[in-house]
Write a protein that binds this ligand. Structure first.
Ligand SMILES: [Zn+2]
Length: 420
């Protein structure tokens, strides 16, 4: 009886101590345990389950809300794939570090390389979409066409996956060319729009080391956030191992984001965790209204360039808060963005076929290190004789569009890596 009484009293204490120790050990070994053969791997620190209907638009580059990340937490995102030649390498690199990411795939790319989409799924990454054809001016499309792009992209990726359940209701607008109508449509579909917190400018003609520099400096400026990368870029493949090593060295942790399901409810969060980070914690909010000028004036702040880099003309004269009220509104002050500092705009025929593809796919598909390699891959259907779509003509057209656009890639876009 005495013994039992003692046990009764002490068990909770010992149990608490044991469980605490177990939790500590588990936390310390999660990377190694999850990453056999890579004891020093960066790993994925946690999975964040989000409800798109509760938070339909995220990413401080354009919206008031972003993912509820803690300090030094990072979410990696990769756009425009799959392009097996480079995307597979990205997958290998992520696997070697047991890092889970979110991929925004293009329907047409999924048609060309459906196995590439299935590899994303099999590796446990989240898969969102990025339209069917990556239109360069989605903000100037009719909503009917925009909806078609969105719907077709989803359908193509689902077909590639061969199931209806894997695809996450996550979407990134090409070039971040948002409009209210597109946002409303996506919200009506329960799809979460992912802008980003900062890009690494990896679609530009810059070196891998520059991609690395930009990624790390912008991350350090923000302290956390959603990093926008492109898995189809060779320079990104080259930069990624170093980026991941540096994240580990600087104490950053990777967060994997998945959508809520009936079986997996959203991670409990407080509303303020989704808000722009307080000014005391990051420079982003205090400089937000200056973002359109930031590209030219304040390189150290870093989050801004992507707005114009990504051809986000609608944001030229807007603050974040204003953006959702003005951009894309028919009859509003839409003409103003036409004065955006992006001269190559006029070289692209408005509407019609020219609305299909490039920005930022411009150099997205163009590989600096091996010029034409990616486009050649796309345009060489002999290697893909078994694939039903896209047709040879389509892929060649794609390559041409990319080539034309890449040749006009503006060297004028300041890349603020000189910032300290
Ligand atoms: Zn894109």
């Amino acid at each position: 009886m005495i013994g039992n009484a003692l046990v009764g009293v002490r068990t909770p204490q010992w149990a608490a101590l044991f469980l605490g120790l177990l939790a500590f050990i588990t936390a310390q070994t999660v990377s190694a345990a999850d990453c056999p053969g890579h004891p020093g791997a960066l790993g994925t620190s946690r999975t964040l389950v989000v409800d798109p209907r509760q938070h339909p638009r995220i990413g401080t580059m354009q919206y008031a809300e972003t993912l509820p990340l803690n300090d030094h937490e990072v979410v990696l995102t990769f756009d425009d794939g799959p392009l097996p030649r480079n995307s597979n390498q990205v997958l290998d690199i992520l696997a070697s570090q047991c890092v889970k990411a979110t991929f925004f795939t293009i329907g047409r790319m999924a048609q060309a390389a459906p196995e590439g989409v299935r590899k994303l799924r099999d590796a446990g990454h989240s898969i969102g979409t990025h339209t069917q054809n990556h239109p360069s001016r989605m903000n100037r499309m009719s909503i009917e066409r925009a909806r078609q792009e969105i719907d077709d992209g989803i359908a193509s990726v689902k077909t590639a996956l061969g199931d209806d359940t894997t695809l996450a209701p996550f979407f990134r607008i090409p070039g971040l060319s948002r409009t209210e109508a597109v946002e409303d449509y996506l919200a009506s579909q329960g799809i979460q729009i992912w802008s980003a917190d900062f890009p690494a400018d990896d679609w530009h003609h810059i070196s891998p080391s520059r991609v690395y520099d930009i990624a790390i400096k912008r991350l350090e400026a923000n302290g956390r956030g959603i990093l926008l990368l492109h898995d189809i870029q060779a320079r990104t493949v080259a930069a990624l191992p170093r980026i991941l090593r540096e994240l580990k060295a600087r104490g950053y942790r990777i967060v994997h984001v998945v959508p809520a399901t009936p079986e997996q409810p959203a991670t409990p969060t407080e509303p303020q965790q989704w808000q722009l980070h307080p000014p005391s914690e990051t420079v982003a909010i205090s400089h937000w209204p200056k973002i359109p000028n930031f590209v030219f004036a304040s390189a150290e702040m870093l989050p801004g360039p992507a707005l114009s880099d990504l051809d986000w003309r609608q944001g030229q004269s807007m603050t974040l808060a204003e953006a959702s009220d003005h951009a894309g509104r028919p009859g509003g002050r839409v003409p103003l963005p036409r004065e955006a500092p992006w001269p190559r705009q006029s070289s692209l025929a408005p509407g019609g076929a020219a609305n299909v593809l490039p920005v930022p796919a411009q150099s997205i598909f163009e590989i600096q290190e091996r010029p034409g390699a990616a486009t050649q891959e796309l345009a060489t259907p002999s290697h893909r004789a078994e694939l039903p779509v896209p047709t040879e003509r389509e892929t060649e057209g794609l390559a041409k569009l990319i080539s034309v656009d890449a040749s006009e890639s503006p060297g004028t876009i300041p890349v603020p890596v000189e910032a300290q």
